[in-house]
Design a binder for this molecule. Structure first.
Ligand code: 13P
Length: 263
């Protein structure tokens, strides 16, 4: 088996929280502790309205900026939407796509999400494609079937050459915002299966380069055990990313594991 050299990525999904001024305050506190981090990639994903202020706050730090959504068209009559190019001009490097809240409340389909994944890659952004099962799906034994459908449809047209830019987030819906975390073994089982799907889509050399994050009630006290799993390459953190000390502790948990991957 080849050596795992994927660098950990810890991304904070701030969801619909923080005004521009509050966001700047939060990011200033985060970069005090992890603003020079190079052994782990750190990303913050504020609402669109805070991208500019947070981007300014991140200047001179190693922390990168992410958005929470985008439209696949370059421009046009799409009221309320923003394009990859618009995000790039604000120095955004990552974009969360297909989050379960977008799927659930805004009826986003795998096909629609796939268009965004391709547009993000085309626009030189790293898509963080979210997949994961609901509680009912897990209880009826459909976890891997659901995740396979989301990956197969979400990655149509993505090539092995794009693997290093691609990020997948496994977020079991029942673990999001509930305080119920998947056990490290449960998360590894799903993420190991995702790795095999990626190998099938992109070829195994490329599949080995894709980072797979875990998301769903990741906190300072459970991060280390999750990040010790071979196919958990980081976290997509919701609630705990709004509290600077918790977020910093999760980054530090990844830093503790980083030497094992040669970083
Ligand atoms: P919580 O960490 O609040 O469970 O949210 C996870 C999530 O949805 C990240 O995208």
């Amino acid at each position: 088996m080849s050596k795992n050299v994927r660098k950990f990525l810890i991304a904070g999904n701030w969801k619909m929280h923080k005004t521009a001024a509050e966001a700047l305050d939060l990011v200033e506190q985060i970069i005090l502790d992890v603003g020079k981090t190079t052994d782990v990639n750190v990303v913050v994903c504020p609402p669109f309205t805070c991208l500019e202020s947070v981007g300014r706050g991140l200047e001179g730090s190693t922390v990168k900026l992410g958005a929470q959504n985008m439209h696949h068209e370059k421009f046009g009559a799409y009221t309320g939407e923003v394009s990859a190019d618009m995000l790039r001009t604000l120095f955004v490097s990552y974009v969360i796509l297909g989050h379960s809240e977008r799927r659930q409340y805004f009826a986003e389909t795998d096909e629609f999400i796939n268009k965004k994944v391709l547009a993000a890659l085309d626009g030189n952004l790293s898509p963080i494609l979210c997949v994961g099962e609901t509680l009912a799906e897990r209880e009826s034994g459909k976890t891997l079937e659901v995740v396979k459908r989301q990956i197969d449809r979400g990655l149509v047209g993505v090539t092995g050459a794009q693997a290093e830019k691609l990020v997948i987030a496994y977020e079991p819906v029942w673990a999001i915002g509930t305080g119920k975390t998947a056990t490290p073994a449960m998360a590894q089982e799903a993420q190991g299966a995702i790795r095999l799907l990626l190998n099938g889509h992109l070829g195994s050399a490329a599949g080995a380069k894709v980072r797979i994050l875990y998301g769903g009630s990741m906190k300072a006290d459970n991060a280390e055990a999750l990040l010790a799993q071979p196919d958990i390459d980081g976290g997509l953190v919701g609630g705990a990313s709004l509290e600077p000390r918790s977020f910093v502790k999760i980054v530090q948990a990844a830093q503790k594991q980083a030497p094992k991957r040669g970083h």
